[in-house]
Design a protein around this ligand. Structure first.
Ligand SMILES: [Zn+2]
Ligand SMILES: [Zn+2]
Length: 360
């Protein structure tokens, strides 16, 4: 069946899937009525310190520039779309081109739908004024001097990415972020300047509780205020995270042991001399009673090939050498095929059962 209607503007026959709108074909309709009843002009306000942006009367967490433009444009478009045109989405935000004095032009690719259900893509020019300012939160911080320094370190000598993101998350928490004046990340760890002693201590306390970290507080006098009879100075809270992890060889009361688990402030170890396990508070580590054994050397891996009532017979997985090892009390469940790791201190060799993922 052929259509008997034609577009009043370009004369093309009507497409049965896209009926004419007021006599126009879809493309001519867009050209005729336009997408918007005005030229899009936006106003973008961004904090030059923290990147947060202003929208609908308040400051929002930082977003990518594209996303800020997209959000502001959708808001603008809602009020200015022509009748019969609906905006599906902003598919792409181009690179802004400076026009001077804070004015920029940017091309947005839009996907739209008309009343006859025809979908079209159109690029449009958007002009915006960029205002860089300082948000109230940064302004407040700028006026504050710091009186507390919280230093996050690890007994490892550096912080892992996981530890860094954990600390950043704590710093952005409500009730703490407000008092953070400056965050400095360096090779040893993270230094945080804060404007309030109590909040700094609270932050250190949270990390101490959640990560069994050790906190040491020191005070440096800056000046004495005779009028108020008060000492004014900077407190430094040194927050040390531990790096105790399964497989680490430690010693307790002179006896070497290997860490088989770390959980909720407690360390589970297995003593190398008799294979017994024990659980210690990480506090013992901070007091120097449970400490790393630097003299212990990890040796080869072994597989049990046989045993009798008093001895285990193991083969070195690499060299094929067979060794005997006393079958200690805790080794009475050992089966042929079980894996062991050897550790050596001075002239002594210890065999420790190798533990799998969920074991221990
Ligand atoms: Zn037409
Ligand atoms: Zn800011």
């Amino acid at each position: 069946m052929t259509s008997s209607r034609y577009c009043v503007r370009c004369g093309r026959p009507e497409n049965p899937e896209e009926p004419l709108i007021n006599g126009y074909c879809s493309d001519c309709y867009i050209d005729h009525v336009g997408l918007f009843d005005a030229q899009p002009v936006l106003s973008v306000t961004i904090c030059s310190r923290c990147g947060s942006w202003y929208y609908k009367g308040r400051w929002w967490e930082p977003l990518s520039f594209e996303d800020i433009i997209r959000r502001l444009f959708l808001d603008w478009a809602e009020k200015h779309l022509t009748d019969g045109v609906e905006l599906v989405e902003v598919e792409h935000v181009g690179k802004p081109v400076s026009r001077g004095h804070g004015w920029y032009d940017v091309v947005l690719s839009l996907s739209i739908v008309l009343v006859n259900n025809a979908v079209r893509r159109r690029d449009i020019d958007v002009r915006f004024k960029l205002t860089k300012t300082v948000c109230p939160r940064c302004l407040k911080k700028a006026g504050k001097s710091f009186n507390s320094l919280v230093q996050f370190r690890s007994t490892r000598g550096y912080l892992t990415e996981e530890e860094k993101s954990y600390i950043r998350e704590k710093l952005s928490a409500h009730g703490i972020a407000e008092e953070v004046v400056e965050i400095i990340e360096n090779r040893q760890g993270i230094d945080v300047k804060m404007s309030d002693h109590t909040v700094a201590r609270r932050l250190a306390g949270i990390v101490s509780r959640e990560r069994s970290a050790h906190v040491k507080e020191t005070f440096k006098l800056r000046r004495y205020d005779p009028g108020r009879g008060r000492k004014e100075g900077v407190i430094t809270l040194s927050v040390r995270l531990h790096d105790i992890a399964p497989g680490m060889v430690m010693e307790y009361e002179g006896r070497p042991c290997v860490v088989i688990g770390v959980r909720r402030g407690r360390v589970l170890v297995e003593f190398l001399d008799n294979g017994e396990t024990a659980e210690f508070s990480i506090d013992l580590f901070w007091r120097g009673l449970l400490r790393r054994n630097e003299k212990l050397v990890r040796g080869g891996e072994y597989t049990v090939v046989g045993y009798d009532s008093s001895m285990l017979y193991l083969v070195n997985d690499e060299t094929g050498e067979i060794v005997e090892y006393p079958r200690l009390v805790n080794l009475n469940t050992v089966k042929v095929g079980d894996k062991f790791v050897s550790y050596r201190v001075a002239d002594k060799t210890y065999m420790v059962r190798k533990r799998g993922g969920g074991d221990g």
